[in-house]
Design a protein around this ligand. Structure first.
Ligand SMILES: [Zn+2]
Ligand SMILES: [Zn+2]
Ligand SMILES: [Zn+2]
Length: 105
């Protein structure tokens, strides 16, 4: 089973109380489905089921492989480099997110 060797890249241990949406979609006028936060820098991007896949794009353009879901009730972390999902201890807080603009139209 694959293990992640990137846990030392995590600097975000407290999740923001609220985010406005995918930073890149908001800037470009795009629409996201699900939100993910980069655990190295706090960049908020959208999932791979979103049209622009900004979380993946961010990971590919940086050395920031770990994202955590910001969806209500979801606590999983995904490593793009190792392609492994896991739960990471020591990340606290919960984030209020707006509804997906794709789902509300
Ligand atoms: Zn990893
Ligand atoms: Zn996006
Ligand atoms: Zn980042």
């Amino acid at each position: 089973m694959a293990t992640c060797t990137h846990l030392d890249t995590i600097t975000v241990t407290q999740l923001p109380a609220e985010v406005a949406g995918c930073e890149d979609c908001l800037r470009e006028g795009g629409k996201w489905l699900h939100l993910r936060i980069c655990l190295a820098c706090g960049h908020v991007g959208c999932c791979d089921d979103s049209p622009s896949r900004h979380a993946s794009m961010h990971a590919a353009g940086t050395d920031h492989p770990l994202i955590r879901s910001l969806e209500p009730g979801e606590q999983w972390v995904w490593c793009f480099a190792d392609e492994v999902a896991m739960l990471v201890e020591g990340i606290s807080g919960g984030t209020r997110i707006p509804p997906s603009p794709l789902l509300v139209g």
